[in-house]
Design a protein around this ligand. Structure first.
Ligand SMILES: C[S@@+](CC[C@H](N)C(=O)[O-])C[C@H]1O[C@@H](n2cnc3c(N)ncnc32)[C@H](O)[C@@H]1O
Length: 204
């Protein structure tokens, strides 16, 4: 069997009991470096690190899943800008179970706190976001990468002339979590932000 487990935003206390049970029963644990490191005390069996080797990982899973319990761990929720999309499209129906986790995005909204009704959720990973479309929404949540993050988003908001407020959630759920509410002009005072989710809301 193949399990695809969402680990939540990072703090291992936020992994669901069902996710923990799947990890504990696994013969092989597959995941990104940060995720595997976070489980070092919980899992001491065979691990495979995901890097630029997704095709090889997929092949390994296909060859081994009938005689090994394989768990792929993903940050947050696997089906929200995570590996769940790719694996669920590539693996045979019925061969896998997806165990949902708390997304960094939903965690962020609980900490602000702000309701998620009508939020437009998007990502800047590996693409140039369509800012005119994104900023037309009253409430947006964006997971970011190291190319397009809070600084670049703030510049786009200022360029648009729209009146928006930004919340930046860095290292969510970790000891060094930092959540700041800033105007775009204030965001530009810092160039580099750590791993973050950005919420952008219309100022009334
Ligand atoms: C590929 S996406 C995965 C999102 C994940 N599936 C989820 O549901 O949270 C990775 C991005 O999620 C955000 N992220 C994940 N964990 C985070 C955390 N603990 N604190 C802040 N942002 C986080 C960052 O924007 C990071 O670049």
């Amino acid at each position: 069997m193949i399990n695809i487990v969402g680990l939540g935003p990072g703090n291992i206390k936020l992994i669901t009991d069902k996710g923990k049970a799947a990890i504990a029963q696994s013969d092989v644990l597959i995941g990104g470096k940060r995720n595997l490191q976070s489980l070092e005390e919980m899992f001491t069996g065979e691990t495979l690190e995901i890097g630029n080797n997704l095709k090889e990982i997929l092949q390994f899973i296909k060859v081994n899943y009938l005689n090994k319990e394989i768990t792929v761990v993903a940050s947050g929720d696997p089906m929200l800008y995570g590996i769940g999309k790719y694996l669920s499209e590539q693996l045979e129906e019925g061969s896998f179970e997806i165990i949902s986790g708390i997304s960094a995005t939903t965690y962020m909204f609980s900490q602000i706190p702000m309701n998620m009704n009508d939020v437009y959720i998007t990502s800047s990973h590996g693409k140039i976001p369509n800012f005119p479309f994104i900023l037309a929404h009253e409430k947006v949540a964006m997971v970011t990468d190291d190319k397009i993050g809070p600084y670049e988003i703030a510049k786009e908001i200022i360029k648009s002339g729209l009146n928006k407020m930004m919340w930046i959630g860095e290292n969510l759920s970790y000891d060094n979590e930092r959540i700041t509410k800033l105007r775009p002009e204030e965001v530009l005072e810092t160039e580099n932000y750590e791993m973050n989710v950005v919420v952008i809301v219309d100022e009334k």
